[in-house]
Design a protein around this ligand. Structure first.
Ligand code: SF4
Length: 248
């Protein structure tokens, strides 16, 4: 292994340890949602916050207790039930299309066969559905199938870039591929979850609280000194720990 990669792996490990000391060590829920449920929940979480998408998911399940009911109803009916999650029209059409595709290609509306597939096969299968990208597939792998994978959404992507853990990555997909071989063994879930919490509490998109950041010395963000001297920012205390995918 090249020296640069060894140093990068050590840096990622140091940051993962710092975040666990600062935010605690997150553990996955004792029961995991089925892959099909996790897929739909992750689709609902796109472009909204976890609280709103959780409400939309609960309402969707209440309106359609089994996924087969969704296959036969007009998308407008689905949209009504997920309105609180935002982009309801687009998401309802997408969910209906995916459900019908799964039924047509695999004979039933179920993705339990993914338990037998490798990580790469799961990514390939799920990414073949319209509107499903690597991030969504990685969430199913981590939160439903219990694999040691590190999902990257826009927030995790932003923080990895600021910390200098990736090089020239413009998209979460690029960050996912670069980070994948360097995540400490067994830390995919914990590091992902703590980076989400860290992004909500400290390394916020617009006003990072660099003055109290536990990873300040490791960070490569060019404006960190400017943000470090602003001491008026407040820590978000409320609800920063709620994670939709732990509550499916
Ligand atoms: S120093 Fe600032 S920009 Fe860097 S990781 Fe910490 S909060 Fe984020």
């Amino acid at each position: 292994m090249r020296t640069a990669q060894v140093l990068l792996r050590r840096k990622i490990k140091r940051i993962a340890v710092k975040l666990e000391k600062y935010l605690g060590t997150p553990h996955p829920p004792s029961t995991r949602a089925k892959p099909i449920d996790m897929l739909i929940a992750t689709l609902l979480s796109q472009n909204t916050n976890d609280k709103n998408s959780h409400r939309a998911y609960i309402q969707l399940k209440k309106t359609f207790p089994s996924w087969s009911e969704i296959a036969g109803v007009p998308w407008q009916k689905i949209a009504t039930s997920i309105r609180t999650g935002g982009m309801a029209n687009q998401k309802s059409k997408r969910i209906k299309k995916i459900i019908r595709t799964i039924e047509k290609e695999y004979g039933s509306i179920d993705l339990d066969f993914l338990y037998e597939k490798s990580d790469d096969e799961v990514i390939e299968i799920l990414s073949s559905f319209d509107g499903v990208g690597i991030k969504t597939a990685a969430c199913v792998l981590t939160f439903s199938l219990g694999r040691d994978i590190f999902p990257v959404d826009t927030h995790v992507h932003r923080i990895c870039n600021r910390l200098g853990l990736t090089s020239n990555c413009k998209t979460p997909e690029c960050t996912f591929q670069q980070m994948k071989p360097n995540i400490p063994k067994g830390k995919g879930y914990s590091f992902h979850t703590n980076l989400i919490r860290f992004g909500r509490k400290i390394c916020k998109a617009n006003n990072p609280l660099c003055n109290i950041c536990p990873a300040y010395k490791e960070c490569r963000y060019e404006d960190k000194e400017i943000f470090a001297i602003r001491r008026t920012n407040r820590i978000t205390q409320k609800d920063y720990e709620f994670m939709l995918l732990d509550n499916v």
